[in-house]
Design a protein around this ligand. Structure first.
Ligand code: CA
Length: 225
């Protein structure tokens, strides 16, 4: 899952970015409204964290501009002001959620997960494919009941594939949702990570779940025998 953080207070922006990366999210950041608008126009995000008080273009204007252009990424607004008026204004505009700074990072994570679940119309906190289970809250993956240790990038890639199980995901789609803006399209890093996952998820199991679709990409699914 790829997140854009639009926040001009660099300390807060860096704190959020570091925390999200540790959780396995791909994160881009913008430090003013214009840069934020440019990034939402030119990239694909699963979620945008949008501060309201921003230089050059304020958060509400950025949000309105985004929606006017039919860019429908979910948005959680961040603001230092805790006035009910601002909260109501933000939600009236159609923001998915709202957080008042300062906030506990754990709460931000919980809200992000909730918004992503809502977006997918998924209520469950786990994703299951055959005997492979991902617990989205605990960040744990098990196969046949046995926990599989994953790095945050491996987890993130597997999460993206499991959320799209049964659908072929191309390398471009993977790079857009799992890597950040610094992704180098000329490397084979995605294939390398797919191999890491295969070794951890499928090796030693008769039923393979990760499949290559030649010329297109990858899919995670149960093969009908
Ligand atoms: Ca600000």
């Amino acid at each position: 899952m790829r997140i854009l953080v639009v926040e001009d207070e660099k300390k807060i922006a860096d704190f959020i970015k570091r925390g999200l990366k540790e959780e396995g999210y791909a994160v881009d950041s913008a430090y003013d409204g214009e840069q934020g608008l440019f990034l939402v126009k030119t990239n694909v995000y699963d979620l945008v964290l949008l501060d309201l008080m921003l230089p050059k273009l304020d958060g509400q204007s950025l949000f309105k501009e985004m929606r006017k252009m039919k860019i429908s990424f979910p948005v959680i607004m961040l603001t230092a002001k805790d006035a009910t008026k601002d909260k109501v204004a933000g939600l009236d505009l159609g923001a998915d959620d709202y957080m008042t700074k300062p906030f506990a990072f754990e709460e931000l994570l919980a809200r992000i997960r909730a918004v992503l679940r809502k977006k997918e119309g998924r209520d469950s906190k786990t994703i299951k494919i055959e005997d492979l289970v991902m617990d989205l809250s605990a960040h744990k993956v098990t196969r046949a009941g046995k926990e599989i240790p994953l790095t945050s990038k491996e987890y993130s890639l597997l999460e993206y594939m499991m959320r799209n199980s049964g659908t072929v995901v191309t390398r471009t789609m993977i790079s857009e949702h799992v890597w950040d803006i610094n992704f180098d399209t000329f490397t084979n890093v995605i294939d390398v990570y797919i191999n890491y996952l295969r070794n951890k998820i499928d090796a030693g199991h008769a039923k393979k779940l990760i499949h290559t679709v030649r010329g297109r990409g990858y899919v995670i699914k149960v093969d009908k025998v």
